[in-house]
Design a protein around this ligand. Structure first.
Ligand SMILES: [Zn+2]
Length: 450
C-alpha cells in the first residue's frame, strides 16, 4: 500500500534533529520516499491512501534493544517462595516460568506483549527467548505472533546449560534453524522484517564447551551473539569459581564478543572489561527499569560511552513498550549519583540515536529516521506542543510530554499496523481471553514444579 501522511509536524531524527512543520510524508511500499510541503505532495500523490495527522507529531518508531516476550505470563503470578536476591529471582521465578511454557504459551506471550509494544510506539524489538520444554519451533511462534501484529524483530533462543545437555543442543539447533530460515527469506526479500542472533543466557550458566559451540555457530552463520553480561555479582562470582576466569575475559577468549554481538546490562563491568567491549566493538543494552526492579545496581553508562561502547536501551521483559525505560534511565542516574546535571544528552543518545544504530548493525536495516530511503517505521503521537518545540529542545518535549502522550497510529514496514489506536485486523479482547486460558495452564505447571 502507498500512503500519504499529511498535515504533520515531523521529528525526523536526522543528525540535526530537524523538525518540519506542516508537511507531508510519502510512503511507497515499505519505504519512505519523500518528505515535503504539505499541499505540493498532496497534489502529486493523489491516489495514495491518505492519513490526516491533524497537526500531531509524526516521528520514527521507537526500538527496544533487549526484551523477553516470554515474560508476559509472570504478570499477576504470586511466588510460593519469596526471592531474596537476583539469583533467587532467576531460580524461583524465571527458571520455573520458562519451563512451564509450551509453544502455544510462547505464541500468546509474544502476541500480548507485541500489542503493548506497538501501543507504546515501539516498531522494532530485539528479543531473547527461553522455553526449555518447548525449544524447537519456539522462534517461529514468536515470529508468527509478531507478524500478526506487524512488529519488526531480531530473535534468538537463549542457550544455557542449566537444563542439561539435551536442552542445550536443542537451543543451539533452534538458533541455527531460525537464522537459516531468515537468511532464505532475506534472499527473496532483503527487507524481510525478521532476523536472528545466537542467544546465550549468561557466562555463569554456560560451560566452556557450550561457549565454543555457540561461537562456532555464530561464525558459521555470520550472526552476533546476544548475552546477559554482569547483570549481578553472581555472574562474576560463579564464573570465577567454576571457570577461573573473569566474565569478560572468558567471553573474549571464546570469541563471543564482536561488532555484531550485543550484551545486556554490564552493571559490574570494570574499566578493563569496558575496554575489551570497546576494542571488540561489542554493543550493550542498558535496562534501567529491570535493574531497579531486581535491585541489582546501576550500570555506569557514562564510562561506557566515554570508552566508545555503542550503548542502547532495552526493557528486559518489563513490558514491550520502552517509554517507561527512557524516563527511568533519565531519573535513575541523576538520583543515584545525586547530581541533577547528568544523563540529559546521554539518555537521548541511547534512546534515539544508538538503538537504531544497534538495529542497523545487527540486521542491516535502516530504521529510526524519517528520511527518504529509510524503512517506513513511523508513529503518529497525540502531541501538540504547548511550548515552542525546536531541534534544540525536542528532548525536553520527549521527557516531559511525548513519553506519556498516547500513540495514535503506527506504520511498520509500510503496513498500517494501528490506526486511531485500533489494530484493524486484530480482536484484542479475544486475544486477551485466549491468553487468559493459556496463562492458567502455564501457572498450573509453574506451581506443580515449585
Ligand atoms: Zn534480559
Amino acid at each position: 500500500m502507498n500512503l500519504l501522511i499529511h498535515n504533520a509536524t515531523i521529528f525526523t531524527n536526522d543528525d540535526d534533529n530537524t523538525i518540519l512543520q506542516d508537511v507531508s510524508l510519502v510512503i511507497e511500499g515499505n519505504r519512505i520516499i519523500e518528505v515535503g510541503p504539505r499541499l505540493e505532495l498532496v497534489e502529486r500523490y493523489r491516489d495514495y491512501r491518505r492519513i490526516n495527522a491533524a497537526g500531531k507529531l509524526v516521528m520514527p518508531g521507537l526500538i527496544n534493544t533487549h526484551n523477553h516476550f516470554y515474560s508476559t505470563f509472570a504478570r499477576g503470578l504470586s511466588l510460593p517462595v519469596t526471592p531474596r536476591n537476583f539469583h533467587e529471582i532467576l531460580k524461583f521465578l524465571w527458571w520455573k516460568l520458562d519451563k512451564a511454557l509450551d509453544l502455544e504459551a510462547v505464541y500468546y506471550s509474544a502476541l500480548v506483549m507485541a500489542l503493548g509494544a506497538v501501543k507504546g510506539g515501539v516498531t522494532a524489538v530485539i528479543d531473547h527467548h527461553a522455553s526449555p520444554n518447548a525449544v524447537e519451533g519456539s522462534l517461529d511462534q514468536i515470529e508468527e505472533a509478531l507478524s500478526l501484529v506487524g512488529l519488526r524483530g531480531i530473535l534468538c533462543y537463549e542457550i544455557s546449560d542449566r537444563d542439561g545437555i539435551e536442552v542445550r543442543k536443542e537451543g543451539l539447533l533452534e538458533n541455527e534453524r531460525f537464522a537459516r530460515k531468515c537468511e532464505l527469506e532475506r534472499q527473496e526479500d532483503p527487507d524481510y522484517p525478521f532476523d536472528a542472533m545466537v542467544g546465550l543466557h549468561a557466562s555463569f550458566t554456560l560451560e566452556d564447551e557450550t561457549l565454543e559451540l555457540a561461537a562456532e555457530l555464530s561464525n558459521t552463520l555470520g550472526k552476533g551473539c546476544h548475552i546477559h553480561l554482569l547483570e549481578d555479582q553472581v555472574d562474576q562470582r560463579i564464573t570465577r569459581e567454576k571457570y577461573e576466569y573473569g566474565v569478560v575475559a572468558r567471553l573474549l577468549k571464546f570469541g563471543i564478543l564482536g561488532e555484531k554481538s550485543l550484551t545486556a546490562h554490564g552493571i559490574y563491568l570494570n574499566e578493563q572489561g569496558m575496554g575489551i567491549l570497546a576494542d571488540t566493538g561489542t554493543m550493550l543494552a542498558h535496562n534501567p527499569r529491570s535493574n531497579m526492579n531486581n535491585a541489582v545496581g546501576r550500570a555506569d553508562i557514562f564510562a561506557m560511552l566515554d570508552q566508545g561502547i555503542l550503548v542502547g536501551l532495552g526493557s528486559d521483559g518489563m513490558s514491550g513498550s520502552i517509554t517507561p525505560d527512557i524516563l527511568t534511565a533519565y531519573l535513575l542516574h541523576k538520583h543515584d549519583l545525586k547530581n541533577p546535571n547528568v544523563g540529559w544528552s546521554e539518555i537521548e543518545e541511547l534512546a534515539l540515536k544508538n538503538n537504531p544504530e544497534i538495529f542497523l548493525r545487527i540486521s542491516g536495516q535502516k530504521v529510526g529516521k524519517i528520511i527518504p530511503g529509510y524503512l517506513a517505521d513511523v508513529i503518529i503521537v497525540d502531541y501538540y506542543p504547548p511550548t515552542p518545540m525546536t531541534s534544540e529542545n525536542f528532548w525536553g518535549h520527549v521527557l516531559f510530554g511525548i513519553l506519556e502522550a498516547p500513540v495514535d497510529t503506527s506504520i511498520i514496514n509500510g503496513r498500517l499496523v494501528m490506526e486511531n489506536k485500533i489494530f484493524p485486523d486484530i480482536d484484542e479482547e479475544e486475544i486477551a481471553a485466549e491468553a487468559h486460558m493459556v496463562a492458567q495452564e502455564v501457572w498450573r505447571r509453574f506451581y506443580e514444579n515449585s
